[in-house]
Design a protein around this ligand. Structure first.
Ligand SMILES: [Cu+2]
Length: 251
């Protein structure tokens, strides 16, 4: 039954002129990855990230909780370390042994893509464009970003690590303190110290997307007949029935 259904679908597709290669759209239209973000620096932050790589476009969605409210959270895809996150209890050169961004570079590498809100710039050199980042304790972020071929490939391969920055070590309710950022001495280290980190790994199953359903991401062949319209489908099925009957007769 399964085989004949497949054959039916193939015949239907062929009859209405659909390229068969496009049928299993979900398999071909992008590498999907997910990351579970866990706290660094005892920040209490966590989150989930989803990424889809389609050519040189990376669609990235991020949901976070537990961050400092009312302060910008720089967020990036880091690439080029060991594709891992440091342990939450790893000590660094910051406030009372806090982990600064560079203290985790062996694990997650340097900034590769900056996850600003539109229309912010997304290159590594814009990693601290603080006005362009989400600034809530919990937020949902989604953006499709054009990256280089190399970066697209690395993300698709699972070499990317999501890092969200900004930790209120002293609980003052804002970024302050005498320790300066290792990335920009104009900023307090609290503004750039990593708060949450997650490794982007290939997704095991289809993930929920926050965005609009496009109908192009399903592996189900049912969408094709639906798009064609029932009249055309009935016509196609009728024609297939004739072909099948003739074939059966000749065997
Ligand atoms: Cu970063």
């Amino acid at each position: 039954m399964r085989t004949s259904r497949l054959a039916l679908f193939a015949a239907t597709a062929a009859l209405v002129g659909l390229p068969l290669a496009a049928a299993p759209a979900g398999a071909a239209d992008g590498d999907e990855l997910t990351a579970e973000l866990t706290q660094l620096n005892d920040s209490g932050a966590s989150g989930t990230a989803w990424a889809t790589v389609d050519g040189t476009n990376v669609e990235i969605s991020l949901e976070t909780q537990g961050l400092l409210d009312g302060a910008p959270h720089a967020q990036h895809i880091h690439i080029g370390g060991q594709n891992t996150c440091p342990a939450n209890d790893k000590e660094g050169n910051g406030f009372e042994g806090a982990l600064q961004t560079s203290d985790g570079a062996d694990e997650y590498g340097p900034i590769a893509v900056t996850l600003t809100k539109e229309p912010g710039m997304t290159g590594a050199e814009h990693g601290l464009d603080v006005a362009d980042f989400p600034a809530e304790a919990s937020y949902s972020y989604s953006r499709t970003i054009e990256v280089s071929q190399e970066v697209a490939q690395q993300v698709a391969n699972g070499d990317g690590v999501i890092v969200v920055h900004g930790v209120d070590h002293d609980g003052s309710g804002e970024y302050d303190g005498d320790t300066k950022s290792d990335l920009d001495p104009e900023l307090p280290s609290e503004a750039t110290d990593p708060a949450a980190c997650g490794e982007l790994n290939p997704a095991q199953m289809t993930m929920p997307h926050g965005g609009v359903e496009t109908g192009g991401s399903s592996t189900s062949g049912v969408e094709y007949p639906a798009a064609i319209g029932f009249g055309t489908l009935a016509l196609a099925l009728g024609a297939f029935g004739l072909v099948a009957a003739r074939r059966r007769a000749t065997i």
